[in-house]
Design a binder for this molecule. Sequence first.
Ligand SMILES: O=C(O)CCC(=O)C(=O)O
Length: 152
Amino acid sequence: MKRCVQHYGYRYDYRACAVTEDAFLGELPGWLQELAATIWSTARFEEVPDQVIINEYEPGQGISAHVDCVPCFSETIASLSLLSACTMNFEERSSGERLNTVLAPRSLLVLKGPSRYLWTHSIPARKSGMIDGQRVARSRRLSLTFRKVIRS
Ligand SMILES: O=C(O)CCC(=O)C(=O)O
């Protein structure tokens, strides 16, 4: 993986696609607990999120198409975008239908229901993207993705 990540609450194991037994890192730090409480009510999470991954994307970096681990995390996933805007692509897994949306700085993407389970999401690894019909150079972007871990 080329982009830098920070995991809080629980470490997500990308290889195993799992939150393993030893994954607990500790409670979220205070500043993330405050954000988690706000996002819990804004995004209508079932319970307050207890896991956060911060992704740092330099221009040319992205994230491949995926559905967030279904047995690992509860239904709602919310991602706060900071700094550079970028386009996120969605693809419905059975029909191949495609959509995209611009993730503006300070916007909150909420995935639940079909967007959580039936559509993949990805960010193309490009140095620029089309935003409102204009080609815009990407700069550094951060996203903070909030999830609630399902403990078995
Ligand atoms: O960067 C984003 O907004 C999305 C991050 C994401 O999809 C993930 O961490 O699984």
